[in-house]
Design a protein around this ligand. Sequence first.
Ligand SMILES: Nc1ncnc2c1ncn2[C@@H]1O[C@H](COP(=O)(O)OP(=O)(O)O)[C@@H](O)[C@H]1O
Ligand SMILES: [Mg+2]
Length: 254
Amino acid sequence: MSTPPVLETRGLTRRFGGLEAVADVSFSVPQGEILGVIGPNGAGKSTFINLVTGHVKPSSGTVLVHGKDMTGAKPWTLAQARVARTFQIVKPFRGMTVRENVAVGVLYGPNHAVTMARALVRADEVLDDVGLEGARDRGPAELSTADARRLELAKALALDPELLLLDEVMAGLRDNEIQPGLDLIRRLRDRGLTILVVEHVMKAIREVSDRVLVIHQGRVLTSGEPDEVLSDPRVIEAYLGKRYAERHEGESGA
Ligand SMILES: Nc1ncnc2c1ncn2[C@@H]1O[C@H](COP(=O)(O)OP(=O)(O)O)[C@@H](O)[C@H]1O
Ligand SMILES: [Mg+2]
C-alpha cells in the first residue's frame, strides 16, 4: 500500500459572509516536498493555512494529515499531529526571552512531557538551527525584522513538526537575508520535513519550490513546476492584471 500524502485537502472551502476566501481547494502534498504557494494579496493563502492548522474552521471540505481526517481539529490537536506554522504577523510572548519563547513551544509540542530544563536545551538547539543563538537572552521586541522572523520559525520548529507551513517568512527582508532563509528551508526538507511556503518573493519561490500552487480568488488557478507556472500568462495576468499580460504576450519565452 502506498503511503498517503502528508497533507491532502478535498473541496476545502471557507466563506466569510458572502466572500469565498477559500473555494473548493483540492490538493495534496507528498512527503518531503517543498510546495510554494503564491497568489495576489487577498487570494486566500493565509486562510488556506489557517484551515489546515485549525485556526479557522472550514465551511465545507476535508483536511487529511497523513491520511487521517483532521477537519475542524484545534491547533493544539494539529500540533500533536506534527503540523506547525508561522504567522504572517509574528506573535512572540513579549514578557519572555527568545529562548523561553522557543522552550514554550517545546513544552507544548508532541514531546510536552519533557522538563523545563530539557525544553531549554532543545530550545538552544533550535535557535542554533535558525541562526539565533546569539540573541537567546534578548526580548523579542529587541529583534530586527529578520531575527523576529527567525524566532517565529524557531517557535514552529520547537513543535518538532513533520509538516511546516510558512506564511510569508521572507516578507520585508533584504536580498542578503533571504538566501540564508532559503538554505534553511532546504536543510529542513533534507531532514525529512514537508514544507508549504507562502511567499511573495518570486525569486525565493522559484529557487526553493519543487512545485508551485497558484491560488487566485480562493481557487486553485494552476500548479506545476516553478518555471512553467511562473511564466504562465494566466498567472502573470492574476498578478499584474489583464492589460499588462496582453501587452507583454509572447515576451516571456514560455
Ligand atoms: N477573519 C476574516 N473575516 C473576514 N474576512 C476575512 C477574514 N480572513 C480573511 N478574510 C478575507 O478573505 C480573503 C482572503 O484573505 P487571506 O487569506 O488573508 O489572503 P492572502 O493571505 O492570500 O493575502 C480576503 O478578502 C480577506 O479580506
Ligand atoms: Mg496572507
